[in-house]
Structure formats: structure tokens, C-alpha cells
Design a protein around this ligand. Sequence first.
Ligand SMILES: NC(=O)c1ccc[n+]([C@@H]2O[C@H](COP(=O)([O-])OP(=O)(O)OC[C@H]3O[C@@H](n4cnc5c(N)ncnc54)[C@H](O)[C@@H]3O)[C@@H](O)[C@H]2O)c1
Length: 273
Amino acid sequence: MQAQPLSLPAVPEPTYGERLKDKVVIITGAAQGIGEAIVACFQAQQARLVIADIQAEKVEKVAAHWRERGAEIYAQPVDITSNEQWQSLVNLAIARFGRVDVLVNCAGVNVFRDPLQMSDEDWRRCFAIDLDGAWFGCRAVLPHMIAQGIGNIINIASTHSSHIIPGCFPYPVAKHGLLGLTRALGIEYAPKGIRVNAIAPGYIETQLNVDYWNGFADPHAERQRAFDLHPPKRIGQPVEVAMTALFLATDEAPFINATCLMIDGGRSVMYHD
Ligand SMILES: NC(=O)c1ccc[n+]([C@@H]2O[C@H](COP(=O)([O-])OP(=O)(O)OC[C@H]3O[C@@H](n4cnc5c(N)ncnc54)[C@H](O)[C@@H]3O)[C@@H](O)[C@H]2O)c1
């Protein structure tokens, strides 16, 4: 039996406003899940958006949806493991809007393997997407941000960036690296007016986790187990991550740099779970 759609406590819809008015934002992993929620949240605050994903049709559909509702938004199919494709994505933002204020590195994959059974290909795929891809993005936007004298990078890391759950190798190794990248670049470029931060979501209701539950004999029981692990007795929703990304992307967080905001309902603070 497949896991049923989740029924979770309501989280407020992002309200319409001008918190990102005139800011040019690039978002990867925008075709679904957390990335798609960030797009929805940012367009509601009048960001000018360039969104990317390896799923070409799906990311264009997301852009078309918001464009029809008045958003300034362009989509481009991009494999974030390619430097050339990053360059062309940033070129699109510059050609359309003349600058890049915010980069949200959200694209990522779960690679959960037994360490000694894992192929070299799986190791490389995990690092290529979960770490190299974000670095290539930073490297592509930083020259523009330095020239502007202002910029803001948000890396979607994970609770796996600082905690280890058995059976998830090598994903946490790459996500620890992403946190290191965030700190290193945050320190390196702070004098140039650039902030680099990470967000560490815990268990968030996306397709990625629905697929994971459906891999168990009893997906319902596995979903319930996930709920029970968390102090609020539920897991998170993509919009909750998006609202945190929004806060970091605005000018409301000017002294927050080289850090990581955890969004896990407090789970990682508990001694036992
Ligand atoms: N869902 C969670 O519980 C959770 C928890 C912690 C961290 N995260 C992180 O949040 C981010 C988004 O996760 P999600 O749950 O929305 O997953 P998701 O699978 O729904 O979305 C990930 C997106 O990244 C895209 N993508 C994958 N490889 C790509 C590539 N090479 N180039 C461009 N795009 C690519 C996919 O097509 C997809 O649209 C990931 O970095 C993930 O590691 C998720």
C-alpha cells in the first residue's frame, strides 16, 4: 500500500509584499519540493527570478505558472554539475536583469548506501550534485556580487550537515562539506559585502521522502515513525524552509553570515530520539 498524502497542521501561506522587490534571485532545484516552494515564496515578495533544474519541462512549468500570474521569471534547464551550464544560467540572469543579488543552491539528491558496497559512481554522483554543484554556482555568481559590492548566497544543507544517521552514507559527508563551503566563503567574502549562509532542513514533506517511505513494506508506519521522532509530532513542510530562505534573502538579516539555520522542530537538540 502506498503512503497516503500527508495531513499536517496548517502553515501560513507567505503573504504578498515587497520584501524582495527588485532583487534578482537564482534558484536551483526549482522544479519541485523545497526549491519550488522557495520560488512561490520569493515571487510573492516581488523578486525577479531565474530558476533552474535538470528537469527541463517541470521547471518551465513552474516558471509559466508564476509568469501567468504576473511574476518576472525565467526558467533554464541546468545540470548543476556542469560549469558551462552554470555560466550560461548566470549569463541569462545578467542579460535579463543586469545583476545577481541572491543565489539559492537548493538542488540536491539523497544517496544512501552501505559504505563498503557503494560504487565509486555513487560516491562521485553524490559529491558532484550535493557539493560541487553548489560550489560551481558560488564561483559563477561571486564575480558579479563582488563587482556589485553586495550579494547573498543561501545553501540548502541538511541536518545531515552536522549530525549522522546510520544508513545514509555518503550524503552527510557531502552535506558536511556544504556547511564547510558556506562558512569558508562567508568569511572569505564578508569584507566584499557578501553573506553566505546555509539552511539545514530536517525531515520535510517532499516527494523525496514519500518515495523513501514507499520503499518500506508499511509506508504508513514509516511515515508515522518519522512524525514520532520530532518534538512537535510532525515533520516540516517545504514552505517552512522557504520562509526561512526568504528571511535570509531579504535585507532583514544583514549581520547573519557564515552560519546555518536548523529547521527540524528541535529534533537534533534531543539527546535521544
Ligand atoms: N526533503 C527533506 O527532508 C530534506 C531534508 C534536508 C535537506 N534537504 C535538501 O533540500 C534540497 C531540496 O530537496 P527536496 O526534498 O526538495 O528534493 P526534491 O528531490 O523534491 O528536489 C530536488 C530537485 O533538485 C533537482 N536536481 C537534482 N539533481 C540536479 C542536477 N544535477 N542539476 C539540477 N537540478 C538537479 C531535481 O530535479 C529536483 O527538482 C536538497 O538539497 C536536499 O538535500 C531536503
